[in-house]
Write a protein that binds this ligand. Structure first.
Ligand SMILES: [Zn+2]
Ligand SMILES: [Zn+2]
Length: 716
């Protein structure tokens, strides 16, 4: 199989990935390029493949940077199906003809000049009619339903939470009896975005292609944004002016409508007359209303209670140009939302012309303003601007609220990645250069995943899973009992050889275990107390003798408590071990105040029932439990091995009682148990390999640990 990155590689537009398997060719997205001229040129030239040879297209969402070249693809000979969600299909039926209209208008304008100069005339990339024609090839998909699109190729669309109808695409390709799973994130949404659901968590991918628009940035908090919006509305209304909001027709307009409705319902702003003055935004809002069943819970509730953000006596959709022009004679008290979002085209320009010179008016910018646009000039504080050939003095207040974004920011992207149990390889796309590379570095550092930033047109050969899963190839024979829940990891030094996550962390909420789940180490907490004690010995505050006990049942926390009376043992472990060793994910928690990423323990009663381990709170008194991740345990072995954290002599003294012969290897093995927790982690004294089995159940831990040791030595 091959995968080629024909767009959105080290840039944000023109998303287009070509997957080739045998004689089958599938495109994921076919977007229009914008931005620098050398990129825009790609819209005009031939496709870097033969459109006739494409068997199918998988379309993630309706934004033009993902869908905008589909009419061109059809015009140039593509006859196959375009699979996408029903909402995306309906949105494309407005967006693509609109884009065709823009292409036609642009070429017409250019041709007027070319005629005068006697130059050859241009033809548009595609026309309104081309766009309408291409709609016949759209095939509607339902979220979460798996469909075989071609022999050996299955797909499933999942809600990406970006704009209405946007999807993450799961794509299974079977070649020579071996199935590789590709996941395309599409554009991933922001958490708690108005109207839209949160992005669906995906847990498995041999190959993941992820966007990185905001890979290096953090969004402003939603509540701060609402507060600022209320301030801007109120101050404008007090001054008696109009509030103009240039907004993208699809997504942003509906977000703003929603936010204004919420502020009105909360009594934070007065009931206002809001005008949507953009035919495209009006149509997009209609499509939204037809698909209300995919809205998030809050918005569905608002509609049920008769508080629809799109439909109220105060929300007006202007239809005719006359209606739009009538707004120009009103000097105050209106909110006008109009396209384009950067104020460089569309009806918003008329409204700016009639309001910018008014001291009482406000222009509120809620989206990214590109260099060279009217919106950007206003944002940069221009005192005068040219609109339709006339100079207009800027007396109105210009405000910006950032963070109204349909994209996940760095934190949200990382969180989405952390939900995976298995990722073979990551390709970072759909971001500016700094963003792609910055985010790729972050993924490598935080998640230790092999990560690539593909360049434009770069092609990758994927041989089954062999390249993709290079590091866990020898672990294929691992047999994991169905009832096992937990995380496994083998590393050689700092290099990962294998890891996997199984079962559920919280059955009640159906949350799977993933690579960064926190596990209770149970009685292995004693080992950490001993480590803290060794650190105290190292600084000369205690005699070495205190570490000499071979009894595996030694209560090191108790010894620590007796020796260092002024601080609780877990406080000592925190400050003497976790912090200086850089075990940043691990911490102590009380069982009744577990972290979100923590696994609940499941234990079996004498009657054979599996129950949550909450009764362990009583058994353990009010001691906090130590929770760790597999990643931190690897780090701990590396730190001990390096000999800086603790002198080598002390390390040997510390570990000596834990030495055991397992399958011909001399291993230090630390075991911890508690009701609903069983962990084993160890390190070979010869090979430098470390093993971790963390479980929030009580089944199979020792057996799996021994298998890992056997397979690791076999793989040598
Ligand atoms: Zn998008
Ligand atoms: Zn995009």
């Amino acid at each position: 199989m091959q995968m080629q990155f024909l767009g959105a590689a080290e840039t944000t537009s023109g998303a287009c990935y070509l997957v080739r398997s045998g004689d089958k060719n599938v495109l994921v997205d076919c977007g229009l390029f914008h931005g620098p001229e050398e990129l825009k040129q790609r819209n005009y030239g031939d496709f870097p493949f033969e459109p006739r040879d494409i068997d199918a297209v998988l379309l993630t969402h309706a934004h033009i940077d993902h869908s905008g070249l589909l009419p061109k693809l059809v015009k140039h000979g593509f006859t196959g199906p375009i699979y996408t969600t029903a909402v995306t299909c309906d949105l494309c039926s407005i967006m693509l003809p609109d884009s065709g209209y823009i292409q036609e208008a642009e070429v017409e304008r250019k041709n007027r000049k070319r005629i005068r100069r006697g130059q050859e005339l241009l033809t548009p990339i595609y026309t309104v009619q081309d766009a309408v024609d291409s709609m016949k090839q759209f095939k509607r998909m339902v979220y979460d339903e798996e469909v075989e699109i071609l022999p050996g190729m299955r797909v499933r669309f999942r809600d990406a939470g970006h704009i209405l109808g946007a999807a993450i695409v799961e794509f299974w390709v079977t070649e020579d009896g071996e199935t590789t799973k590709l996941v395309f994130s599409g554009d991933l949404g922001n958490l708690d975005q108005p109207i839209i659901q949160d992005p669906t968590a995906i847990t498995e991918a041999d190959i993941l292609v992820i966007e990185s628009t905001y890979g290096t940035r953090i969004h402003e908090d939603r509540e701060d944004r609402m507060e600022r919006l209320a301030e801007v509305v109120n101050s404008t209304m007090e001054r008696g002016g109009n509030l103009l909001i240039p907004a993208f027709a699809l997504g942003r307009t509906q977000d703003i409508l929603y936010s204004l409705r919420v502020l009105q319902d909360q009594g934070r702003i007065p009931k206002l007359n809001i005008y949507i003055d953009s035919p495209l935004a009006t149509k997009a809002t209609e499509v939204f209303q037809q698909h209300a069943r995919v809205f998030d819970y809050e918005t569905r509730t608002m509609i049920k209670e008769g508080r629809s953000p799109f439909d109220s006596p105060h929300v007006h959709y202007t239809e005719t140009v006359e209606e739009s022009m009538r707004l120009n004679s009103v000097s105050g008290g209106l909110v006008i939302i109009s396209a384009s979002g950067m104020a460089d085209a569309g009806r918003i320009k008329h409204h700016l012309k009639h309001n910018l010179w008014r001291r009482q008016a406000t222009v509120l910018l809620v989206g990214y303003q590109a260099q060279g646009t009217l919106g950007r000039r206003l944002q940069d504080g221009a005192e005068e601007v040219r609109i339709h050939g006339d100079m207009v003095r800027v007396a109105a207040t210009i405000e910006t609220i950032s963070g109204f974004s349909a994209h996940a920011d760095q934190g949200a992207l990382l969180n989405w990645l952390r939900r995976f149990r298995h990722i073979g390889r990551v390709f970072v796309t759909h971001g500016e250069k700094e963003s792609c590379h910055g985010f790729a570095e972050l993924i490598q550092r935080e998640l230790q995943l092999p990560t690539v930033v593909p360049s434009l047109d770069e092609n990758f050969v994927i041989q089954g899973k062999r390249i993709v899963r290079a590091w866990d190839d020898s672990y294929r024979d691992l047999t994991i009992p169905d009832s096992f829940a937990g995380v496994l990891q083998v590393a050689e030094g700092a290099e990962l050889e294998f890891r996997g996550a199984y079962g559920q962390a919280q059955r009640r909420y159906k949350i799977d275990n993933h690579l960064y789940t926190l596990f209770n180490v149970g009685s292995a907490r004693q080992f950490f107390a001993k480590l803290a004690l060794a650190r105290v010995v190292q600084v000369g505050r205690l005699e070495e003798n205190v570490l000499r006990s071979d009894d595996p049942g030694t209560n090191w926390e108790e010894i620590l408590r007796i020796q260092v009376t002024d601080v609780a043992p877990w406080e000592m472990v925190r400050s003497m071990v976790l912090e200086p060793a850089g075990l940043r994910q691990s911490a102590y928690y009380y069982l009744d105040s577990m972290p979100a990423a923590g696994a609940t323990g499941y234990t079996t009663t004498k009657q054979g029932q599996t129950v949550e381990n909450t009764y362990a709170i009583l058994a353990e008194g009010f001691k906090p439990q130590l929770f760790v991740t597999a990643h931190d345990l690897k780090r701990l072995w590396n730190v001990l091995e390096a000999g800086e954290f603790l002198a080598r002599r002390l390390v040997e003294m510390l570990l000596a009682p834990y030495l055991e012969e397992t399958l011909g290897d001399a291993l230090y093995v630390i075991e911890g148990k508690a009701p609903g927790a069983h962990v084993l982690f160890g390190s070979s004294s010869n090979s430098g390999r470390s093993y971790v089995v963390l479980s929030n159940g009580e089944v199979g831990v020792r057996g799996i640990f021994e298998q890992l040791v056997r397979l690791a030595s076999k793989g040598r």
